[in-house]
Ligand binder design. Structure first.
Ligand SMILES: [Zn+2]
Ligand SMILES: [Zn+2]
Length: 345
């Protein structure tokens, strides 16, 4: 990747720079491939499943690959590398870095820088993927916002400044190695399920089935679920810590369920460095279960948590504030109307 595309501007106080024409072409090519190729794989897999069926081996490979690569992002890229929520050994950091890269969500320094910029500007100008910045009104604004927050933001010409947001990743030998070998790791994520299919069943059709289900279908579903964290979870769900976050981040049960806890965005924006995002027993956070298990096995340590005292204080401060996103929209509309009335009078 050239220096013009990595946002490595010398000025550490500028959050993003505008990409050159050639960098823009590269961004569009990479983003387009990530969006379209796995989707074509999903369509092919559905068509094949309807005609020749799907095997238990293919489903098994898909599930294993979905679980380990999603954890690579949630536990590895997000909670460890971006938020330093726990410490661990170099081999474990490498394992998490490889698994996260295999998800096809972008190279580590880019991912971390983009994510920290999202926290810094959450739902305000400068947020790389907020669905709340779309212009217009009503349903059109919602659709435009969701489309931008989910997919279109990846084609943006605004390149996050890595020096400002991910300097620690660039200066860390292990983390930077994970970043540099991103593309080989993505191919590893396609090669392993192909190998698994071939070895388990012993035919080339089974190998291709492994590639399709454990590679392309898995990347398609993992990425769309994780992109929902930035789109759906800044639009729909509960906001128990609204007064603390002052943004549109929401706790969305279903996204949290499939994204292993990442859909609890309001909890997370309120306590960004906490390794556990699910505060109630009914808030799904499979990543936290894995983190607790790893801690019990001595594989990770210095796990940071949002203590119950801090949470209680935040909830007390939140009393009387609307919790639901839909209600917040109504409040926003009232404020806008009131301002307009004041301007007209
Ligand atoms: Zn968020
Ligand atoms: Zn985060």
């Amino acid at each position: 990747m050239s220096s013009s595309i990595n946002g490595n501007t010398a000025n550490n106080r500028i959050p993003y720079s505008i990409a050159s024409a050639s960098a823009r072409r590269t961004i569009r090519l990479i983003a387009g491939t990530v969006v379209i190729l796995p989707l074509l794989g999903l369509i092919t897999a559905i068509a094949l499943a309807l005609t020749t069926g799907v095997t238990f081996t293919e489903i098994g490979i898909f599930v294993v690959m979905y679980v380990v690569t999603t954890l690579g992002i949630t536990v590895g890229f997000h909670r460890h590398y971006a938020h330093n929520s726990f410490h661990t050994s170099t081999p474990m950091r490498i394992a998490l870095g490889i698994l996260g890269s295999m998800a096809g969500q972008g190279p580590l320094a880019w991912w971390v820088a983009t994510h920290r910029r999202h926290h810094r500007f959450s739902d305000e100008d400068g947020d790389p993927h907020s669905p709340q910045l779309a212009k217009g009104e009503g349903l059109g604004r919602i659709v435009k916002g969701l489309w931008y927050g989910h997919i279109a933001w990846m084609f943006s010409e605004k390149i996050t400044n890595w020096n400002m947001f991910a300097r620690d990743i660039l200066n860390d030998r292990t983390a930077y190695a994970m970043h540099r070998f991103y593309f080989p790791f993505v191919f590893l994520g396609l090669g392993l399920p192909t190998l698994a299919g071939g070895v388990l069943i012993g035919t080339w059709q089974a190998a291709l089935g492994g590639l399709l289900w454990g590679g392309l279908v898995r990347i398609c579903l993992v990425d769309h679920v994780l992109w929902c964290v930035g789109s759906v979870c800044h639009m729909y769900g509960r906001k128990p810590f609204l007064k603390l976050t002052r943004d549109h981040s929401c706790n969305n049960f279903w996204v949290a369920f499939f994204a292993f806890g990442e859909g609890l965005q309001n909890n997370h924006h309120a306590f960004p460095n906490a390794a556990v995002h699910g505060f109630k027993w009914w808030e799904p956070d499979f990543s936290a279960l894995v983190i607790r298990t790893m801690k019990a096995c001595g594989l990770i340590w210095n796990v940071r948590l949002a203590t119950s005292d801090k949470r209680r204080a935040a909830i007390d401060a939140n009393k009387g504030i609307v919790e639901d996103c839909a209600q917040l929209e109504a409040v926003d509309r009232n404020v806008t109307n009131t301002l307009e009335e004041a301007r007209m009078s």
